[in-house]
Design a protein around this ligand. Structure first.
Ligand SMILES: Nc1ncnc2c1ncn2[C@@H]1O[C@H](COP(=O)(O)OP(=O)(O)OP(=O)(O)O)[C@@H](O)[C@H]1O
Ligand SMILES: CCCC(=O)O
Length: 358
């Protein structure tokens, strides 16, 4: 009987691949392998990066003297699969197929399950993914957009949102299933979710033009004007998509996706930077307010997380607008690596059965 489970976790992001080794919940290795634009931009599709990313992971583990045969499981961040409820999933053939083709689109995390599976199958141990970006627990009422051809989709920072929500529930002395929380993940993308008794019943699609604008995404837009722009003949579909995701938000207004740069601009007296950064906080606050209506005002806590939650000026602006709703809890950064390990551990310990992706 194994007391200590050793788990390798893999989290591929747009500019880095994070890996970690955990002995149960204890991290024994945490590495962020950065990828330069030159390294990444030569690959047309996310799947084309597979060999490159797998090799840098294996080289890093080798350099750190990690004996792979001691691993009990490999857990990857799941990608743009078909919509599924939250939880831990065994990697299977169907999942690999969908991740390879990018059944719902291209995202670096599509490689998480594929690489986890490759490493695990060589070692004859299980491979899992946990709470991928397509976790979909939305209420049916939240799917209605106002245009029957377009259904709202749940695509968000599910892994970190669920992890910090569980942490907050614990701090409130309750089970996640017994609380109502609003979680705002403030990263390169921004997602704000209503967690009602353990289910994310409404959340903005953080990848595709919904919710607040973010460091590099436009968020929701005035649609009539957007439609005119699309048919003006000045832009291709690719141009417009890039304006929504990649070159939107802070990048479009201020030329940077780095919140720390914006803070410096404001400290140097840049009034435009202050207006735009404040507008981002204003939109995040409005989104939180709208989700308080989703939860009928019964909100146990509002959680601010992600990289921008390190910035006290930004969280202060949000706090002053929404603290009348519920207590504010700030968890800067993300808990993604430990969340991956914990998802694997719950299954290895028999506390939860791994779900099957169909
Ligand atoms: N102290 C800080 N002050 C202001 N902004 C910060 C600070 N630390 C990090 N950030 C900003 O947080 C953002 C990145 O957040 P995070 O690392 O959560 O995003 P990501 O992992 O790249 O993307 P995503 O969370 O959307 O997957 C960047 O704009 C970064 O500059
Ligand atoms: C949508 C969640 C992940 C991201 O922002 O890239």
């Amino acid at each position: 009987m194994t007391d200590v489970y050793r788990i390798l976790t893999i989290n591929p992001g747009s500019t880095s691949t994070k890996i970690a080794i955990f002995d149960n919940e204890k991290p024994v290795l945490e590495e962020t392998i950065r990828h330069s634009t030159e390294e990444i931009s030569k690959y047309e599709k996310i799947y084309d990066q597979y060999e490159f990313r797998k090799n840098v992971i294996l080289e890093t583990l080798n350099d750190k003297g990690i004996n792979l045969t001691k691993l009990n499981a490999v857990v990857g961040r799941g990608g743009l699969l078909k919509p599924i409820p939250g939880g831990t999933y065994s990697v299977n053939e169907k999942m690999i197929e969908d991740l390879k083709v990018g059944v719902l689109g291209e995202h670096a995390s599509n490689l998480g399950g594929i690489i986890a599976n490759e490493i695990a199958s060589q070692l004859n141990i299980p491979a899992f993914i946990v709470d991928p970006v397509v976790v979909d627990e939305m209420d049916d009422i939240a799917r209605i957009s106002g245009m029957p051809e377009l259904e709202r989709k749940s695509i968000f920072h599910a892994l970190n949102q669920k992890a910090v929500a569980r942490r907050a529930a614990k701090e409130l002395g309750k089970a996640y299933e017994d609380v109502n929380l609003i979680v705002a993940h403030l990263g390169g993308g921004v997602s704000v979710g209503a967690h009602k008794n353990g289910r994310v019943v409404d959340v903005n699609n953080a990848l595709d033009g919904e919710g607040p604008f973010s460091p590099e995404r436009s968020g929701g837009l005035p649609v009539g004007d957007l439609a005119k722009m699309c048919f003006s003949g000045e832009y291709t579909l690719k141009d417009i998509k890039k304006k929504i995701k990649g070159n939107g938000g802070l990048v479009a207004y201020l030329g940077t996706n780095d919140g720390r740069e914006v803070v410096k601009m404001i400290e140097n007296g840049d009034e435009k930077a202050e207006l735009i950064y404040k507008a981002m906080a204003y939109q995040v606050s409005k989104e939180i307010g709208s989700l308080s209506a989703v939860l009928k005002g019964k909100v146990d806590g509002i959680i601010l997380t992600g990289g921008i939650a390190y910035d006290k000026m930004f969280t202060g602006w949000v706090k002053e607008r929404v603290e009348f709703i519920a207590p504010i809890m700030i968890y800067p950064g993300e808990d993604e690596m430990i969340a991956l390990a914990e998802g694997g551990l719950r299954v290895l310990r028999g506390e939860e059965k791994a779900k099957e992706y169909k």
